[in-house]
Design a protein around this ligand. Structure first.
Ligand code: AGP
Length: 612
């Protein structure tokens, strides 16, 4: 999604803005631009494609300035062209925007009738013209912005500069993330604190509806015209936690970080063989009252939710529904009393999940229903964490690759911790069962480490996928969501069409696709369904399909003609989905690298999907 960086300083900030944009590249974008205020002029450069194109243009034009805004655009209204790239200018006001102005057409019609000429197809340009127009009746940039904001409908974050105000940067947060980076004699804004980590680790997290005025030496935040205080928080993350290090891609680094990430996530909750008393202690009373669970999420996080459904129902006998947020939010679902609504999200900013949460909260309030909300998230400061009553953090560290890897497996670890906690509170899980799962959880990082040792074998398999057009992934039970996840990973980064199926569904349709040219990936842990899965493998082989099997080392499944097998170290069946995520991630990664795609920033996709 779009990314914003801006700053007001004593020094020339062009390199800080460009470096900031590079650090936002992971969000996904198609064009980039920058505007600096210098000696009464707006100096603007915009380019289609990568930030490096913009960097060359900026170097050639040799522009500099100590006040400026910069942007990476992910097209929503209008194609990725230079004219549509931000910043947008009206008179001498320049604006960058993340999000969507829903009523832009109505505003545009009105502005055109006043004589404003539009040079882009974007919704953003209305904001620049509206501020320019408001400046006819006030000399204060802040007042002009405060007059314009109530006219805008939608979700947006804005950065605004003007030639007559060379000492100030105005910013707005309404539904799209925005942080202020606090410096010494300089202040910055960004859509993500990661962009500003080389400059500061002190941040102000703006809240919805905040409008802020930054100068070199001050930060003022206003809500409905009134000055408010927002705390400055210090962040632990350092520049090294967001660099690729020795790895070729962030995705590969993040795959290899999983043993450590899972260790971190479970350590917050576990003693040697029991749950820590302080783990989710504040939620105990709520957990006692709930009678069912509704999970809401998108993409990979939705797959984590699907696995949790098996766990909640099988291990602690608690009914659990899972739904894609973009459907849930629009189908007017019945809000049921005593339900725990769980949002799962790596970023905590996904527009559909956030909207589903807000809608659920409003409807529960209107009907006076007693519901509990919770977020499982990798970003402590995110909107979802702030807007739900309880939260459980996945301590995966920043995930930069668009394809989610360590965020997914830590979500699974966190969800298992939650299942155990609720089971303990409701006394619906035997102590011995809980102790066994906890012992297995502690063992999981080591099993993942051993699974990563199979990387070379998985690389060899991936060579057989390079020319393929299609692929099927099959699994049963909790491996069904892993089949979906494997298919999502492969299509997302290698652009090979892939489908995941519950293996039992094979003869209800997908078997028709199987022929000599169809690779079929099988997920075969040592569980109760193994024999049935072996029958499904026979069905595929009988139709000439080529099998690529990730099988438990004790499964008895061996390699043979058109059956390639990589053995996975044994893990208890209940935790197998965490471990079987690793080979499908590695397979997708290697296939993508061999096909020469942009692994960390696949085409058309964004890391943080802050528009619907
Ligand atoms: C997975 O690899 C994706 N990039 C995508 O499906 C992602 O999981 C989805 O957009 C949800 O994001 P979230 O976890 O930040 O809410």
């Amino acid at each position: 999604m779009c990314g914003i960086v801006g700053g007001v300083a004593e020094r020339n900030i062009i390199n800080i803005l460009i470096e900031g944009l590079k650090r936002l590249e992971y969000r996904g974008y198609d064009s980039a631009g920058v505007a600096l205020i210098n000696q009464g002029q707006v100096l603007r450069e915009r380019r289609v494609g990568k930030v490096v194109n913009l960097e060359h243009a900026v170097n050639e034009a040799n522009i500099e300035g100590s006040l400026g805004i910069a942007h990476t655009r992910w097209a929503t209204h209008g194609k990725p062209t230079e004219n549509n790239a931000h910043p947008h200018i009206s008179g001498t006001v320049a604006v960058v925007h993340n999000g969507i102005i829903e009523n832009y057409q109505e505003l545009k019609d009105n502005l055109e009738s006043l004589g404003y000429v539009f040079t882009s197809q974007t919704d953003t340009e209305v904001v620049a013209h509206l501020i320019n127009d408001a400046l006819k009746s006030t000399s204060s940039l802040l007042t002009a912005v405060q007059q314009v904001v109530p006219q805008l409908k939608g979700a947006y974050a804005l950065g605004i500069v003007h030639t007559d105000h060379p000492d100030e940067l105005i910013t707005v947060r309404e539904g799209s993330p925005l942080v202020i980076g606090v410096g010494i004699g300089e202040n910055f804004i960004s859509s993500d604190q990661l962009a500003l980590l080389p400059i500061t680790n002190r941040f102000i997290y703006l809240e919805e509806g905040d409008i802020a005025r930054l100068t070199r030496s001050s930060i003022e935040v206003f809500v409905e015209g009134q000055l408010v205080q927002r705390p400055v928080k210090e962040l632990d993350a350092t520049v090294s936690t967001v660099s690729k290090g020795e790895y070729k891609h962030y995705m590969l680094k993040e795959i290899y970080e999983q043993p450590e990430a899972i260790q971190q996530t479970i350590s917050q909750a576990l003693n040697s063989n029991a749950l820590r008393a302080d783990f989710l202690a504040e939620a105990v009373a709520d957990f006692k009252s709930i009678q069912q669970i509704q999970i809401i999420a998108c993409g990979t996080s939705y797959h984590a939710g699907m696995i949790a459904k098996y766990w909640f129902e099988q291990l602690i006998d608690l009914p659990c529904q899972v739904e894609i947020a973009s459907e849930f939010r629009y189908r007017t679902p019945v809000i049921v009393n005593h339900t725990l609504y769980i949002c799962i999200s790596q970023s905590g900013e996904t527009a559909d999940t956030l909207a589903a949460l807000r809608d659920t909260q409003q409807r529960a309030l209107a009907k006076n229903l007693n519901i509990v909300t919770m977020t499982i998230c990798n970003v402590a400061t995110s909107s979802m964490v702030r807007e739900t009553k309880h939260s459980l953090l996945t301590l995966a560290g920043p995930e930069i690759g668009v394809a989610s890897t360590k965020a997914f497996t830590t979500q699974l670890a966190a969800l298992m911790l939650l299942v155990l906690k609720i089971g303990q509170v409701k006394q619906s899980i035997a102590v011995e069962k809980m102790t066994t799962i906890i012992t297995d959880l502690w063992h999981t990082p080591k099993v993942i480490l051993d699974t990563l040792q199979q990387n070379k074998d998985i690389l060899r398999l991936s060579e057989l996928f390079v020319e393929k057009q299609h692929c099927l992934f099959l699994g049963r039970g909790t491996e069904f969501p892993i089949a979906l996840e494997g298919a999502l990973k492969l299509k997302e980064i290698s652009y090979i069409h892939a489908e995941g199926y519950a293996a039992g569904e094979l003869k209800h349709g997908p078997l028709a696709l199987v022929d000599n040219d169809m690779p079929v990936v099988i997920l075969a842990p040592q569980d109760d369904m193994l024999d049935k899965l072996k029958s499904n493998m026979e069905e595929v082989q009988a139709r000439g399909g080529e099998l690529f099997v990730f099988a438990d080392e004790n499964s008895g499944i061996k390699g043979k003609d058109r059956q390639h097998v990589v053995h996975i170290p044994s893990i208890s069946p209940i935790l197998a989905p965490i471990v079987y995520s690793i080979p499908v991630q590695l397979l997708s990664y290697h296939v993508a690298v061999l096909r020469g795609t942009d692994v960390d920033q696949p085409r058309n996709l964004a890391k943080s999907v802050t528009v619907e």
